[in-house]
Design a binder for this molecule. Structure first.
Ligand code: HEC
Length: 155
């Protein structure tokens, strides 16, 4: 049997340490991205809450408020989009609700995102109460269109 020299041993240990470090960095990066996208989605949820309250008459209609809420939704959906790198799904070991379908159907996910962003854009242009419900139907459909296929149920 070949004798393992001290140098070889040191190299092996060094290599193992590097791999371990890379794993930690990777997991950290993933954790950061998961947290960031969840924060973005929370902001999206905050935006839709204002719009729903207005639709229900719990808030007086104010086009400026609707516009601001719609733009919050739009920017945060845009922000969340790139925060779904492969390996950050519900099976990653980090608790989250991103289904594997996101990476099995990347085009479908991108299309669902695009549809919801367009609906938020449309909402931003709502100038009167009569137009709010149809725009909300479209926007809500945008959320649902993605969540139904790509978001796992709450555990
Ligand atoms: C293109 C897909 C997509 C669209 C569009 C989308 N979501 Fe999400 N949303 C997700 C996914 C996936 C998660 C789970 C993310 C995770 O757990 O890391 C999520 C999570 C959330 C959460 C939970 C955040 C948390 O962790 O507390 C809220 C609230 C939410 N979405 C609201 C909305 C609303 C409101 C809309 C529509 C205006 C919307 N989403 C549109 C994919 C989408």
């Amino acid at each position: 049997m070949r004798k393992i020299t001290k140098t070889t041993k040191a190299l092996i240990l060094f290599g193992a340490a590097m791999i371990a470090t890379a794993g930690v960095v990777q997991a950290d990066g993933h954790l950061g991205k998961i947290k960031e996208r969840q924060e973005a989605m929370k902001a999206v949820g905050g935006g839709i809450k204002i719009i729903v309250e207005t639709a229900k008459g719990k808030r007086a209609f104010d086009a400026a408020v609707i516009k601001s809420a719609a733009l919050t939704i739009k920017t945060n959906l845009e922000k969340a989009g790139p925060l779904f790198p492969e390996g950050t799904g519900e099976d990653s070991g980090i608790e989250n609700r991103a289904k594997p379908e996101i990476w099995l159907d990347e085009e479908g996910f991108a299309a669902a995102l695009k549809t919801a962003i367009a609906a938020a854009d449309n909402m931003a242009g709502v100038a009167k109460m009569a137009d709010l419900m149809p725009a909300l139907g479209q926007l809500g459909g945008g959320c649902k269109g993605c969540h139904e296929k790509f978001r796992a149920p709450k555990k």
